[in-house]
Design a protein around this ligand. Sequence first.
Ligand code: UDP
Length: 317
Amino acid sequence: MNAKNILITGGSGFIGSNLCKKLIQDKKNFIICLDNNFTGSIDNIKELINNPRFQFIEHDIIEPIKINKKIDEIYNLACPASPDKYQGKNAIYTTKTCVIGAINMLELARKNNAKILQSSTSEIYGDSLKHPQKETYFGNVNPIGPRACYDEGKRCAESIFFDYKRIYNINIKIVRIFNTYGPNMDINDGRVISNFICQAINAKNLTVYGDGNQTRSFCYIDDLIDGLIKMMNSKKNFSGPINIGNPTEYTINEIAKIIKNKINNKLNIIYKPLPKDDPHKRRPDITVAMKNLNWQPKISLNDGLDKTISYFKNKLN
Ligand code: UDP
């Protein structure tokens, strides 16, 4: 294999920084990490900054960019991804990042004849009426609700990716990422696993939204990274979309109890209002990934949580 220049947008974020660390292990790879640190952080990539095969460029993908190297692969990961961060006052910016950001990166891919992987999301399925979710399901998204900036933004990005494939024959790859957790999540990220772990370490009550009977299926970051790289390396005409996630499903009440038991069993669980349009059930059907990428998650929730808890303990102390 030849040397490759790989561009990662959102490269200082949770998923991006873990992907940078994995890809730089291959001595043939040169990594260009693009981020405006809106939700990412230099702290996540500090051990890479001095590596001669790593370049950080502070840039917002809603602006076009020229890179003075021939790019071979683009992982488009840039976007706020926690409901806490993508909604509310950031909603318009979220849609711009999803849509204008996707167009800018597709243009870069077109000019460089590069492969481009889009980080799509299980939110494509909205408050799903089918369970588990298969890639063939068109979804149940409220187009005018508070989550729509992200859900519809990511749906529009998938549509633009397929138009670039149809019109310009770009080699696109679309991965629908389900709930993921692990080291390099921000302490203030706002998603459930990081919230519960940080609350428990700080001896605060765990905040369950709604009655806690809603479900999610949580994938450890290393498994996701493995899936992303396998998808990038898949054969030319395989574009997906493909679900990458862990199909073991838990209620949020179960997750709260598991984390409480691991950190401090004396803490209480308190109940807060359920955010509008919060999906009731979510579990990926990963048959397509198993068949086409020979991929399935390997890390159990128990082991993944232990690694994540030790990361946050270290961060918070
Ligand atoms: N949630 C919760 N407590 C929290 C944060 C989230 O009960 O402190 C719930 C949230 O309402 C949702 C689930 O946990 O039902 C997963 O939320 P998260 O924000 O992690 O991701 P989502 O799957 O909603 O994008």
